[in-house]
Design a protein around this ligand. Structure first.
Ligand SMILES: [Zn+2]
Length: 439
């Protein structure tokens, strides 16, 4: 079992420097696991250069953590999380924004124990008033670096409402819109303040074939908002136009879009393109590896086509962890939960998932044959690169935030499995798995 060797230090480093050294661990570096120590600071909340600290500044660690050969990964990043622990980012509760703020904090404090140290709180298609109340709570926390707040928002993901009415999935068609006038239509929906730089929105899913969508993509991109293609009827050619306008991602590939056809490869066809500096580049793509949304072989095909673009997402919603039953959802709809499967009562459509991100990583390894670091890349380095935060999140490089997960890698007759044993946020241990005591 992992053990903290010295007395745990306080935030300001009462036991010396505030410096922690992890030893006897396997660091996730690119596609490899490297046996190396890692040094972090609870004062700056960042990863340090161990050689420089030890030999240059002659600072001894205040705390040494022996991980007993376990995997030390950057904290996991989920770019599509609709809610959890009974809270839904798309619903303003009865007590209004006060209750909303408390709900966000509750998610953050619980979510971190699953190894997800940063994420994009995701809103499904809603009426304008929901965005205009909710978004101010969902922006990046930026300079507010308090480990006790748990998981950290990197900005909101607005999935809709500028999506196709025929690929709506669980989104209520009555709230869907188009943006023929580009930015001014987007502002009427999300609120002008939410579309001024810096925006609380980090990722926005839309359908590129809708009127005004291409000029909307350009406007959003210039505001620093990454655009993702999804819930869309786009042909291959329409999808290419979306990418050329600036879209960089595909939302939950395969789901809520046309399937691959040999004469019209559709949105999936973007994975077969050859990147060029003068035109488009291959987009990143979200994959829900919950065993319900996709066949394992589809995931393997997508990964083989573009391994550096694959991002595992949960698409989880507020019923995660709740008992089976029928629950009220937004806009008067109801959802049936049976195990991990969530469906809309009125039409039986898949209504999201209740899986944890680390379980998606485990599924991905077993279905594709990916190694531990290859699978972890899809929830660390790749989403960080998609969001443009690759020097701060999703990496163990010096200067990055000390958001870390200690994972036990188990292999038995069922296959490989990763288990979250410890979680560190801004250089402080914020979760440690309880160890069963043998009698
Ligand atoms: Zn969706």
């Amino acid at each position: 079992m992992p053990s903290v060797v010295s007395i745990p230090s306080t935030k300001m480093g009462a036991h010396g420097s505030g410096v922690t050294k992890f030893t006897n661990c396997l660091l996730v570096k690119g596609n490899d696991l490297v046996k190396e120590d890692l040094w972090i600071s609870s004062v700056s909340g960042k990863i340090l250069n161990g050689q420089e600290i030890l030999y240059g500044q002659r600072i001894a660690p205040g705390r040494i953590v022996d991980l007993g050969g376990r995997v030390l990964s950057p904290g996991l990043i989920d770019v599509q999380l609709n809610g959890a622990y009974g809270f839904d980012f798309s619903v303003i509760p009865e007590d209004g924004v006060v209750g909303y703020g408390k709900g966000v904090l509750r998610v953050n404090k619980n979510l971190v124990s699953t190894g997800v140290t940063s994420y994009l709180p995701t809103l499904t298609s809603q009426r304008p008033e929901v965005y205009q109340q909710a978004l101010s709570f969902l922006g990046p926390s930026g300079t507010h670096r308090d480990p006790t707040y748990g998981s950290e928002s990197l900005g909101a993901h607005c999935e809709g409402p500028f999506i196709s009415p025929s690929k709506n999935g669980i989104h209520n068609t009555s709230v869907l819109r188009t943006s023929p006038n580009g930015l001014s239509d987007l502002s009427l929906c999300y609120g002008a303040t939410n579309l001024s730089y810096p925006s609380p929105i980090k990722l926005l899913t839309l359908a590129p074939e809708l009127p005004g969508a291409l000029q909307s993509i350009s406007a959003l991109t210039s505001l620093g908002i990454t655009v993702s293609i999804g819930h869309s009827e786009a042909s291959y050619e329409e999808a290419i136009l979306g990418i050329n306008a600036g879209a960089k991602m595909i939302t939950h590939l395969f789901n809520a879009m046309k399937p691959l056809h040999h004469r019209n490869p559709g949105i999936f066809g973007l994975l077969g393109t050859t990147p060029s500096p003068t035109s488009h580049s291959k987009p990143y793509f979200g994959i829900i590896a919950d065993g319900i949304h996709l066949h394992p072989t589809s995931i393997k095909i997508a990964w083989n086509a573009h391994p550096d673009g694959l991002i595992l997402v949960t698409d989880a919603m507020r019923l995660a962890g709740m008992p089976d039953g029928t629950y009220d959802w937004t806009n008067g709809s109801r959802i049936v939960k049976k195990g991990a499967l969530l469906t809309l009562e009125e039409n039986g459509k898949i209504a999201g998932s209740s899986i944890e991100l680390v379980e998606c990583v485990t599924n991905f390894m077993n279905w594709t044959g990916a190694s531990v670091p290859e699978a972890l890349k899809a929830v660390t380095e790749t989403p960080a690169r998609m969001l443009g935060v690759e020097n701060v999140k999703g990496t163990l490089k010096e200067g990055a935030d000390a958001d870390l997960v200690v994972l036990d890698s188990i292999e038995d007759e069922c296959g490989k499995k990763l288990v979250v044993e410890q979680v560190w946020k801004f250089g402080e241990c914020v979760f440690e798995k309880e160890v069963a005591v043998k009698n």
